[in-house]
Design a protein around this ligand. Structure first.
Ligand code: DLL
Length: 436
């Protein structure tokens, strides 16, 4: 089944022509509505009339997360505030989150893109579908939710947390599909084992897994333990949220909704565009977005693109699994964490030296984050034998980190000069999970 064969199965010529028209329109739109883009285009001596075909895209400037941060909160918004009906936010590299506003039309496009994903997974009106991404500022919950409603399945807005109750609901309601992070799926399997619920007691057949990298061996394990078929679901909040791309039954790359999100692969160092098949950094241009359209947004995700008709009948360009990042962003329990966020907290507290280490692990299928921070010598000497003061400081740091990172951390205060120094560039992260 295909949700929108007119778009998902277009010939390459038709798709390129549609993309070219939409690109021209979006450039014109941002030129007149976003001073940031107008200035950039004027500096490069480009007018919207210079952009007529999709190949002209290489003339356009890139947009980075820093641009979003510098224009916090609304300066990249193109639509008037009265047209915005939803605002989401995701982690910024330091203090401010990235804010994305959506118009009613954007929410409609997003729902349709998500409906395309779910249809590709085999979800339809008869299904009962649990959305176990977080609801809230994160795009996972509400984004998936709207798509499930659009395909007409019954949505169970389970969100995250309370896994035992969720496991019982999966059994008792006969839930047939679930959207969650792949690591949560494994945690769910473990919880079911503990509760004595076997895969014969449940009816799950589809898992829509994303928001973090996962491997083929994780896919195998989840499929085996939950008795379902696990499909990739990719997206990022700056571009839309979940539904930028999705796997079909062939499970051979993720189809990009390229009538809305135009993909390119670039060399992250030279910024030159790379041909299909080569690995590099994924870049997206939103072709139809009204709230906050972005030109050539550098996702920092590393992957490659595949052209050509898929055996499922779709003709859209597919992307490979994400193999890494061209920056240092970590995804811990589905939440994006930048070491620079930790650094800004550490530097804001006078008791600490600017020496810290993030240690990420996966224990019983749950990601853990330990943060080690060195005390300054003066503070260490003054408080060496007052454990209550150290304890208070540790709690204060943990609370600050939790509020900035949105996840709980295990904080370890260290004596001065005790965190191992590296020879070259300082190492701030040790990731013991083997994700790629
Ligand atoms: O994670 C949106 C989402 C929600 C996607 C639910 C899929 C399912 P952000 O919080 O902005 O948005 O994080 C986006 O997460 O740039 C990737 O690095 C990573 N990511 C998302 N999906 C996948 C995936 C949501 N399927 C960042 N595989 C992206 C690997 C993924 N990495």
């Amino acid at each position: 089944m295909i949700w929108n064969p007119n778009k998902e199965c277009m010939s390459r010529d038709e798709m390129s022509s549609l993309q070219g028209k939409r690109l021209h329109k979006i450039v014109e739109y941002v030129y007149h509505n976003v001073p940031f883009y107008r200035n950039k285009l004027q500096e490069m001596d480009i007018t919207p009339d210079d952009i007529q075909t999709i190949e002209d895209i290489v003339k356009l400037p890139f947009t980075t997360k820093k641009d979003l941060r510098d224009n916090y909160p609304f300066k990249l918004q193109a639509a008037p505030q009265s047209q915005i009906i939803r605002i989401h936010a995701s982690s910024g590299t330091t203090g401010n989150p990235t804010i994305v506003g959506y118009t009613r039309k954007d929410i409609g496009v997003w729902s349709e893109c998500m409906a395309r994903c779910l249809t590709a997974y085999g979800i339809g009106r008869d299904d009962i579908f649990s959305v176990s991404y977080g609801y809230g500022l994160f795009t996972g919950g509400l984004g998936a939710h709207n798509g499930v409603e659009m395909v007409g399945a019954a949505v169970v807005p389970a969100s995250t947390g309370n896994t035992e109750k969720h496991a019982k609901l999966i059994r008792d309601l006969g839930i047939t599909g679930i959207a969650c992070t792949p690591s949560y799926a494994l945690y769910l399997a473990e919880t079911m084992d503990r509760l004595g619920i076997t895969k014969d007691d449940i009816k799950l057949k589809v898992g829509a897994f994303g928001a973090e990298p996962w491997t083929e061996s994780m896919r195998k394990e989840i499929q085996e333990r939950l008795g379902l078929k696990g499909y990739n679901l990719y997206g990022l909040s700056e571009i839309m949220g979940p539904s930028v791309s999705y796997e079909c039954m062939m499970q051979n790359g993720s189809h990009i909704n390229e009538d809305h999100f135009y993909p390119e692969i670039i060399n992250p160092v030279t910024e030159e565009t790379l041909p299909y098949g080569q690995s590099g950094e994924l870049v997206f241009t939103t072709l139809t977005k009204e709230g906050m359209p972005l030109l050539r947004y550098r996702t920092r995700d590393l992957c490659s693109l595949m052209d050509g008709r898929c055996e499922c009948g779709r003709t859209s360009v597919r992307m490979s699994a994400i193999t890494g990042r061209s920056d240092d962003m970590l995804i811990i329990r589905g939440i994006n964490v930048f070491p620079s966020q930790v650094e800004s907290v550490v530097l804001s507290m006078k008791e600490f030296a600017p020496r810290y280490l993030l240690i990420v692990d996966r224990i019983n299928n749950l990601d853990t984050l330990q943060i080690q921070v060195e005390l300054r010598q003066e503070y260490f000497t003054a408080t060496f034998d007052t454990p209550a003061a150290i304890d208070e400081l540790q709690k204060r740091l943990a609370a600050k980190l939790r509020s900035v990172l949105s996840i709980g951390v295990n904080v370890q205060l260290k004596a001065p000069n005790s965190i191992e120094r590296s020879q070259g560039k300082s190492v701030h992260v040790i990731d013991n999970r083997k994700l790629v």
